[in-house]
Write a protein that binds this ligand. Structure first.
Ligand code: BGC
Length: 833
């Protein structure tokens, strides 16, 4: 028999009463749109039953907060983010966030936010799941393209503008992924181990700016752990810092399936578990409430925060759907184009190969990305209503130029999968492999379905088309033989989401057995004509999207079509880089370009010395073998649906490039400060951020190792002069920096002037200099303008661990004004008291 202590009985009775029904609020103040928000929140909360409250803090239908009809609460619709409205069909596809960062243009970031807000309203979406502000530590992070670069100040300022743009349209923005989600590799299990000062100075300031300056309505916790505790149950991050130090009063939601312990998450400040209440539900929370280890006040606070945002944004009082805004909107498409124009970066321009001179009448456009709409993969990938490839852009804008096209590389894997020399059993001529599908993740028991697969190439965004298989958590085994007609070095290539392992003659040759987004692995094996080898591919799917593709082919490294085209044209443009299958959420990418692209660039450059490379990537790539051989390099990031137009305009000189790198580009991966500690080498699932504050330019500034292209660098078709620096103290801990910027070159254009601060002598080690202000200024040929950049106490402060707060030490500070982090043009000092 169970025995309840009197105190417990009392608490239990209170809980039971709450479950049965709450007292109706006297006058249902919450229905009055004119009543103060906090009063509406309190009165509605008082009208909710405990059961309703417990249901309310778990997501609904994957992308909603449930409506409660009896209380007049509408269903709240959430949607990705950050580069377009995903999940509601086609939508305007904006450039990747890293391009926004490369624009260094707060007005363009605001326009982007505003456009996203309009797209959301056109679809009745209440909450946009963006911006993403995780700091770029290393180029391989699969989601760098969704973020705003390596510098906390730059990322913060752009995020604030973006958020104000979104929220100005009556749509809640969500800053993500809080925090320390700086790699995709094993993201659900790895702990980012970051000391407090580094956390506060590098990884959190953009979130803090989003909260305190942008007044963001929602924050999303990340998948990873921080200092040993999952973000969704990290008391220090969520309660001490976000809700305590920063005073955040909005909704803290989890990333999708990033909650691991309902009670721990509830106690540590998580307000809303997405996409559903798998852990933070009544089954786990009620016993804790009954036992008194969790108070109803904690639950009330979560509900209160969700209601606060609903009332603050007017969701309770009016429909979110704005029927007057078109879904396919020329106005937001124009925003996408304008942003792309300002964020594409010209990195190399030897002998002024760009812009292409009027005398250029033939261009060979080569490479896998020339004809494609390239974007990063994962939850931010948006299907646009239309898109412009570089080929289309050039053809439209240069009608007098003959543009020839050559793909240049081997066909895509999906095409190669159709030609694999697989047979279902030794000696048989039935093409394909025998497939056994299991309704569990571990190939246990008898298969739910068995069939012959002529081609192994399945992409299943939802449930697989195999009878008896669930949408998630299934596995498969494919068996048979490989019997090539010709001898050769055969490449076995497997792409999977999630895990695969391949055996040839019972030997494990590819082991990629873990959760991930679509990831390609390959191995080359010599095979004889007509000889048979047993083949076995094992595959499992855990959650989300599913893909399994297997190909076996002899590689044809024949660039002759490409080099012929290059040799026959005055200029060759090679469009290479990643796309949504090779860079995206769920896994890290390689530092090297996708296979054979580096060799393709070198082959083209040998055929035509006037070669320009156009690159798609979320950051830096290995350029060592080909950069010296090409005359031009344009970093296009992922330029969005209008990218081909913006690129063509830049190549042709109709637009003067003005983007600058938001991250340092290392010469080789070994030069990156995280080289020895980016991956969890000993497999203990802990990544120590040993470089501390020395991320990006903060490292290169203090090291004899120098980057290939520094943070803040980007070329223009004109030149700019800097003069007349003045720094004036404007009060305690504040100063104003002003200088003259002149367009001294042959074209109109925009310059990004950067203001860095250095403390002459500090009691604690500080970075050599830190970005504390910037201005993007458009100047006509010959025009001059005075640029003014205000600096407040934050510009001189660092995180004082002993005081657990930011502060500065009065003294002399150097103000460095430059056109990049490595090119300081003006310098002055100021005494800050
Ligand atoms: C991503 C989030 C995204 C969510 C919903 C997750 O996989 O990490 O950024 O908002 O899915 O699509």
């Amino acid at each position: 028999m169970q025995f309840l202590l009197p105190g417990r009985i009392g608490r239990w009775l209170a809980v039971a009463a709450g479950l049965l029904g709450a007292m109706p609020a006297a006058a249902q103040v919450y229905k009055n749109p004119k009543a103060p928000v906090e009063e509406r929140v309190s009165t509605l909360l008082a009208d909710m039953t405990l059961a309703e409250k417990l249901d309310y803090i778990g997501g609904y239908k994957y992308f909603s907060v449930r409506g409660i009809e009896r209380l007049g609460l509408p269903e709240i619709l959430l949607s990705d983010g950050p580069v377009g409205l995903r999940g509601e069909g086609k939508s305007t596809a904006y450039p990747a966030s890293v391009l926004t960062a490369a624009s260094w243009d707060t007005a363009a970031a605001h326009a982007l936010g505003r456009a996203l807000g309009q797209d959301a309203r056109a679809r009745g979406v209440h909450v946009l799941l963006g911006p993403g502000v995780n700091i770029s530590r290393a180029p391989m992070n699969g989601r760098n393209f969704e973020y705003l670069g390596e510098d906390p100040y730059l990322a913060g300022q752009l995020a604030v503008s973006y958020i104000k743009g979104v929220q100005g349209q009556g749509v809640v923005a969500t800053v993500k992924h809080f925090a320390g989600n700086n790699q995709e590799w094993d993201r659900n299990h790895v702990s980012s181990d970051i000391d407090e000062r580094t956390l506060q100075e590098i990884y959190l300031p953009a979130f803090r700016a989003a909260v305190q300056q942008g007044h963001v309505g929602a924050v999303m916790n990340s998948y990873n752990l921080v200092n040993g505790e999952h973000a969704t149950q990290n008391n220090h991050l969520n309660r001490d810092i976000l809700k305590g130090q920063w005073g955040f009063d909005g909704i803290l939601m989890s990333d999708w399936v990033a909650t691991y312990d309902g009670v721990a998450a509830a106690k540590a400040g998580l307000d809303l578990e997405m996409p559903s209440a798998a852990f933070m539900n009544s089954a786990t929370l009620l016993p804790a409430l009954q036992a008194g280890t969790l108070s109803e006040g904690v639950i009330n606070d979560k509900v209160r925060r969700i209601l606060r945002i609903i009332f603050r944004f007017g969701f309770y009082d009016k429909p979110q759907l704005a029927r007057t805004i078109p879904a396919d909107n020329p106005a937001t498409a124009a925003v996408a184009l304008n942003l792309a124009r300002g964020g594409i970066v010209l990195l190399k321009n030897e002998q002024h190969i760009l812009p292409l001179a009027g005398s250029v009448k033939s261009v060979a456009l080569i490479g896998p990305n020339a004809k494609a709409y390239a974007a990063g993969g994962g939850s931010s990938l948006v299907p646009p209503f239309h898109s412009v490839s570089l080929l289309q852009g050039l053809q439209a804008l240069a009608p007098g130029v003959r543009v020839s096209y050559a793909a240049g590389t081997t066909p895509p894997l999906e095409e190669l999968a159709e030609k694999a020399p697989f047979y279902t059993a030794p000696g048989l001529s039935v093409a394909g492999l025998k497939a056994e599908y299991f309704a569990n993740q571990t190939m246990e028991g008898s298969p739910a379905a068995t069939r012959t697969e002529v081609v192994i190439n399945h992409v299943w965004p939802a449930a697989p088309d195999v009878a008896g298989l669930p949408a998630d958590h299934f596995s498969a085994r494919y068996t048979g033989v490989v019997r090539p007609a010709k001898a050769g070095l055969y490449k076995f290539a497997v792409k999977s989401d999630d895990g695969t392992r391949l055996f040839v003659d019972d030997k494990l040759v590819i082991d990629n057995w873990h959760d991930q987004g679509p990831t390609l692995r390959s191995v080359a094996l010599p095979l004889e004509a007509g000889q048979e080898h047993a083949v076995k591919l094992e595959y499992y799917e855990n959650g989300g999207g599913a893909q399994v593709t297997l190909a076996c082919y002899v590689e044809m490294l024949d660039f002759s079509e490409a080099t012929r085209a290059a040799a026959a044209a005055q200029v060759a443009v090679v469009a290479v880089g990643f796309d949504n299958t090779s860079e995206g959420e769920g896994s890290d990418r390689t530092f090297a370009l996708p296979e054979h692209q580096a060799a393709l660039i070198s082959a083209v450059a040998r055929a035509n010395p006037n070669t320009v490379v156009v690159l798609n990537a979320g950051g830096n790539v290995d350029m060592a073998t080909w950069l010296p051989a090409v005359k031009g390099l344009v970093h296009a990031w992922y330029p969005g649906q209008e990218g081909g137009t913006a690129l063509a305009e830049i190549l042709l000189g109709k637009v003067n490039p003005s983007g600058k790198l938001p991250a340092s580009f290392e010469r080789q991966w070994a030069d990156n400060p995280t080289f020895s500690n980016y991956y969890d080498a000993d497999g203990d699932k802990r990544v120590a951020y040993k470089e501390g504050l020395a991320v990006g330019y903060r490292y290169f500034d203090q090291s004899p190792v120098k980057p290939l292209f520094p943070f803040g660098f980007g070329l223009s078709y004109t030149t700019f002069g800097y003069s007349n620096l003045k720094v004036q103290r404007t009060g305690k801990g504040a100063a104003t920096v002003s200088f003259t910027l002149t367009n001294t070159g042959p074209a109109d254009g925009a310059e990004v002037a950067q203001v860095y601060v250095h403390q002459a002598s500090s009691p604690v080690p500080r970075p050599v200099k830190e970005l504390k202000g910037f201005a993007k200024v458009f100047l006509k040929k010959g025009e001059s303008r005075t640029v003014t950049v205000p600096l407040d106490a934050a510009a001189f402060s660092y995180f004082k661990t002993d005081k657990n707060a930011f502060g500065y030490d009065p003294g002399t500070f150097d103000i460095l004004v430059g056109s990049s982090s490595a090119l300081v043009k003006l310098k002055a000092s100021v005494q800050i008291q």
